[in-house]
Design a protein around this ligand. Structure first.
Ligand SMILES: NC(=O)C1=CN([C@@H]2O[C@H](COP(=O)(O)OP(=O)(O)OC[C@H]3O[C@@H](n4cnc5c(N)ncnc54)[C@H](OP(=O)(O)O)[C@@H]3O)[C@@H](O)[C@H]2O)[C@H](O)CC1
Ligand SMILES: [K+]
Length: 481
């Protein structure tokens, strides 16, 4: 499942056209593929209104209207803002008329059972003028099934800002998803978003990390493996006031399959955690010891931050471990504004939007409206891997590629769930060989556990400690030979 920005879509179209696959042909494929998918959710007796704009989004609507007419559906094709003006749409309109189907520039009496929005697509500029706004308000008031083509009119393709927008039940995006499908507030207008193949080769920098990816990259362990195979992780977390954060992260690491875990924490926190996590070993006064240069042997990866507050000590620890060639996960209390000096081994930061706002100096609103692009730029500039948490967690890599995770729900909006995720990431980067899929799988599984939990109990009652209780069960479903 691929995600494309407007410029990438235009480039793909241009390359296809230069090599013999014209815009007209793509529009035909788009309209026909839309017809084949949309007819699955239509009733043959439904009255269907297709609202077509003057650009190519409107052209897709024209081709769709032709197929619907051809197959006997009751469809009104309406151009509320005048006849098509783009080349491909105009050609398809000419053909549509030549086969004798009807069209209009004003909406009929209705009522309509289905409204299809083919007004604006990736060519949208905001704000919309008053006549668009009035039409969209009218659409949203109708008791009809609402289907948007490519993106709902009123949202942009690449950013999360929205005007008054078509409130779709379904959005069928052509070639791949557009970033606004996953941004705020735009994503509230998409309804169920699906991607429709139009025959162009898929070559996206951004992808949705899917169940298929998890199954492909996480395999059953060999019977001759031992704890050394799965590495030793160092978790620097927890204080007397916040022992739970170290426990949650520790459970995340151990229950996802780390070989051995050393938890650097306070003696008091260790005494509490050890009752629930006797499998871990403890470095008492860990933060102080690491700050003066002590470092346990044989560590394969390290995570620092959950439940920590002493910035000075954290800075000293980070300075000491910076040169060590092990992946470093930086979270929560360790996520203060820092420069991220060049480092040989990977740095993974796991901010929520508030923490990322402090790191970038941008507002939370700006981040939410543009979380893919901002994380990607930060990853590139600082040479770090960004795991920006929240609905549709973004995982951005320094090479410009990235993943969106779609598992998870509001049950995760609770203290401690981020600590659990940090532990799970530590656990997988220690125990799996490929760091890219290890991080994505940890994020996916963390969300999937929450999805599993809401099947049994209300999201309000779920606490972070429940996540790892179902981790084994969800992994059993996904991990095969
Ligand atoms: N490869 C693919 O995925 C394909 C996608 N297709 C479809 O094409 C559209 C993109 O088509 P494009 O013509 O570039 O753009 P739009 O249809 O979105 O709209 C352009 C017209 O909209 C007018 N516009 C834009 N913003 C406003 C506004 N705020 N108010 C009023 N009018 C607006 C603009 O008018 P101008 O006169 O200002 O230029 C344009 O007329 C894509 O989304 C897919 O649906 C192809 O069919 C197949 C390949
Ligand atoms: K649209």
């Amino acid at each position: 499942m691929f995600i494309y920005r407007e410029v990438e879509i235009r480039k793909a179209d241009e390359t296809a056209a230069q090599n013999g696959l014209s815009g007209n042909a793509l529009m035909e494929t788009a309209g026909r593929s839309l017809f084949l998918r949309i007819k699955e959710i239509l009733n043959k007796n439904s009255r269907i209104l297709i609202l077509s704009g003057r650009g190519n989004n409107g052209g897709d609507g024209i081709v769709l209207a032709r197929y619907l007419n051809q197959w006997g559906y009751k469809v009104d094709l309406v151009f509320p803002f005048g006849e098509p003006k783009s080349d491909s749409a105009s050609e398809h309109f000419r053909y549509y008329k030549s086969v004798g189907y009807s069209w209009s520039t004003s909406i009929g009496d209705g009522p309509y059972d289905v409204i299809i929005d083919a007004l604006l697509g990736v060519g949208t500029r905001l704000p919309l003028n008053q006549s668009y706004q009035d039409l969209l308000k009218w659409c949203n008031q109708q008791h009809a099934l609402k289907i948007a083509i490519d993106i709902p009119t009123g949202v942009l393709a690449d950013r999360g800002e929205a005007d008054i927008a078509f409130h779709a039940d379904y959005t069928f995006s052509l070639h791949g998803f557009k970033p606004s499908t996953f941004l705020l507030p735009s994503n509230t207008y998409f309804g169920q978003a699906e991607s429709i193949d139009i025959g162009l080769p898929q070559d996206a920098k951004w992808k949705i990390w899917s169940e298929k990816n998890v199954k492909r990259t996480m395999k059953k362990r060999g019977s001759n493996s031992h704890k050394g195979t799965f590495g030793t992780g160092l978790l620097v977390a927890g204080t007397d006031e916040m022992p739970g954060s170290a426990m949650l992260a520790g459970l995340g690491a151990m229950k996802i399959g780390i070989g051995k875990l050393v938890i650097a924490t306070t003696p008091y926190a260790a005494s509490i955690i050890a009752t629930r996590l006797p499998e871990a070993t403890y470095l008492h006064d860990g933060l102080n010891k690491l700050a003066v240069g002590t470092f346990p042997d044989g560590i394969r990866a390290m995570a620092i931050g959950p439940g920590l507050t002493d910035e000075k000590l954290i800075d000293q620890v980070l300075e000491n471990v910076w040169e060590k060639e092990i992946p470093l996960v930086i979270d929560a209390g360790a996520l203060g504004k820092r420069e991220f000096a060049p480092r040989k081994a990977p740095i993974i930061i796991t901010p929520h939007p508030g923490e990322f706002s402090r790191l970038t100096g941008l507002s939370v609103k700006e981040i939410e409206a543009n979380r893919l692009e901002i994380s990607s730029q930060f990853a590139l500039q600082k040479n770090v891997i960004v795991v920006l948490k929240g609905a549709n967690t973004v995982i951005a890599f320094p090479n410009g590629t990235g993943f969106i995770n779609r598992t998870g729900n509001a049950a995760l909006a609770k203290g401690g769930s981020g600590d659990t995720l940090t532990g799970m990431i530590l656990g997988l980067i220690c125990s799996e060989s490929d760091i890219t899929s290890a991080i994505a799988n940890a994020v996916y599984l963390h969300g999937l556990c929450a999805d599993e939990l809401v099947k049994e109990q209300n999201e309000r009652s779920i606490v972070a400690g429940d996540i790892t209780n179902v981790l084994g069960r969800v992994m059993n479903r996904l991990i095969t030979d």
